[in-house]
Design a protein around this ligand. Sequence first.
Ligand code: BES
Ligand code: MN
Ligand code: ZN
Length: 495
Amino acid sequence: MPVRPTIAFAKIAVPARGAVVVLAAEGGALSAPAAAIDARGQLAKAFSVADFTGKIAAGIEVLAPLDAGFDRLAAVGVGKPEALDRRAWSRIGGAAFAAARKAQDISILADVEGAVPTPDDVAALALGVLLNAYAFDKYKTRKDNGKAATGPAKVTILCPNPAAAKRAFAAVQGLADGVVLARDLVNEPANVLGTLEFAAKAKELEALGVKVEILTEKEMRRLKMGALLGVAQGSIRPPRLVVMRWDGGKAKDKPAVFVGKGVVFDTGGISIKPAGGMEDMKGDMGGAAAVTGLMHALAARKAKANVIGVIGLVENMPDGNAQRPGDIVTSMSGQTIEVINTDAEGRLVLADALWYANERFAPRFMVNLATLTGAIIVALGNDHAGLFSNDDALAEQLLAAGRDTGEKLWRLPLGPAYDKMIDSKNADMKNTGGRQAGSITAAQFLQRFVKDTPWAHLDIAGTAMGSPSSETNQSWASGFGVQLLDRLVRDHCEG
Ligand code: BES
Ligand code: MN
Ligand code: ZN
């Protein structure tokens, strides 16, 4: 099991045990309580010896003096105190945990010269601790350092108002759990997490008050979801469409709908992928994982909004019964699709999931998330997800949520010239648009299934997995989208 630290809040004092982390402003200034902890000036000396300047999230560690009760002392930089926002506090929390993670008992002094952290700041710091601590190590029977696994670390955050910080943290704990759930789902290998296993994980959200419906293959056939079913037909694992419903708002409020691509493994199908790196395709359900993690976070903090999550779960396999290039399928919308490449399967799954969600729920807006194209990684790398939208206001709200949470988005264009590229001579459209603008033609394809509903598509192929590690993520799977959409709901759908 990932080592999940337990978090406690306490009044500012000099700790008598374990590892202690203090925060240093740019230039290395310590607040008065931090200076009291560094009574012998060891840290201050280390700053100058090691050229530590207090840059945000930089860390430095010394052994504590013999006469101190605690045994390690570390400092983490916060940069310019006046520039500290919630995202910065999370990064600092992650860096603080990383600086002390060898210890079992960690105290972090959430106090900066020139900036008193609010309870929300302290909660954001705690979020950073939890996100940094996440590791997918359940299959390692021997831990990396050869030592037997120890219990979870205890992290005590020393702050001006511990009671208020604890209250602020209650909502953040659910968000952290949602991100961890998304990461676990993406990291889990496909032999363990198939379509049915994923659906069962979603069903567990009922414990939080989420209503969960699971549509079987038979029901999807009745709904004429020929696009989704065509992808699924090559796998012995049956497809599922899961609808998760959180009714936290007023009865008359139209719901926000989030739709996720849940390809539990993408071999490419008959248009099979090359072997190198194919193991990463266990993460091709990153969109569905983010939607599931989001529903967890919203329910855990009892969000005052009506939100629906829809995920399409399939496996894309080559098989005697698999669909072929050239096959023409009829989607639930009635539109026909020529399957040029069976590896462009995510859009086929989303075509039916989006149409279904739009028809059934008449959403105020829909946002879908999908590890949709390799081309988005070529365009944006691992630092931004691609954003496509038919609605400028929704796009702006998403971009702002991205800046606030550090789950950054970059908007790319849609338009008739790109849309034309997926016209087919044999059917209403084809599922690939050729070599040019691959991420955009994929988005154009999706747009044909959303009518005029405000809609955005997030292509998270580069951000859901394989991002470089950061203060708030040390794992292959990032859980990208959970924090972003939790913020979107909080800022625009509640109250
Ligand atoms: N799941 C892949 C996209 C992907 C690639 C995600 C790399 C994460 C990392 C998707 O189903 C796919 O195979 N897309 C094809 C589309 C092409 C056939 C038009 C691609 O990007 O090559
Ligand atoms: Mn594919
Ligand atoms: Zn795929």
